[in-house]
Design a protein around this ligand. Sequence first.
Ligand code: TYM
Length: 323
Amino acid sequence: MSRPRILSGIQPTGIPHLGNYFGMMRPAIEMQASGDAYYFIADLHALTTVRDAAVLRRNVQAVAVDFLACGLDPSQCTFFRQSDVPEVTELTWILSTLTPMGLLERCHSFKDKIARGLSASHGLFSYPVLMAADILIYDSHLVPVGQDQKQHIEVTRDIAVKFNETYGGNFLRLPEPVIRENVATLPGLDGRKMSKSYNNTIEPFAEEKILRKRIMSITTDSTPLEEPKPIEGSTILALYRAVAPPADVAEMERQFCEGGTGYGEFKQRLFEAVVKFFRPMRERRAELIADREGVEAILKKGAAQARETARGVLMRVRDAVGL
Ligand code: TYM
């Protein structure tokens, strides 16, 4: 594989958080030069939960700005909005005609969303079929994602195999997930997976006062200040490992084991490390916010490129099924 096709997406259900950044955005940015990369904002997926047009549009813009500020380079990759490539919805339908119900019934993400009280719409249930179409329509080899998306990539592979077997040919390419083990599931404020739906997120570009308040609210155990603190399962350390240099992490781990330092002090250090890590991106972000049209032009140009590729694959699929 000389230049692999790389693809990933992010839903505009809110402002990107540290989990999105370390689980997907950073790996995607690091991979953009090593292949033919396609990254998109999954606004069709977000329709399953966002029911306010103005909020959806604002979130799309915010995700675009943050991704670009973090280092996504539109001269090296194709960056676009999912709904600007309508071919993907046609492929979704074709794939859905041979996706077994049982395959979707087994998906954790659907079960989790229902358990959290979301109403069981057809869109929520068939969410993984749209995601499979996203991946398959660009002949993707590699899909950088966090751990929570792994099952969806497996479903994508199952659907592709089913399609290829049904129509007798290698029409659809089987993708591989790329998951960074150390940040596969970054914890949020309460120690559960950082997620917009748990309201436990840390948004790196929040105003510093708010960012500090969020970090100070990380749940900790009641070990007294002078006692040694457990390293295993510490949210503060898990986040610090993502943003701080290894020597600083080693120092914090040592102080955890030694005792004598309180959680408040560790949180303050984490806050400072987050601010430092994202400072250059924060500056770039301010410029992008002021250039709305420039950001829109990048998405439009990306969509035109993405459509070219999507049309080619869709034609192959239409031909295979007899349309
Ligand atoms: P979404 O919008 O929930 O999240 C975007 C990316 O961020 C990762 N992520 C995390 N990684 C580590 N720790 C966390 N706490 C954390 N929280 C989120 C997610 O794993 C994801 O990679 N269904 C996708 C969007 C999508 C997509 C696609 C992705 C639509 N079509 C095709 C890849 C390929 C989603 O909801 O991601």
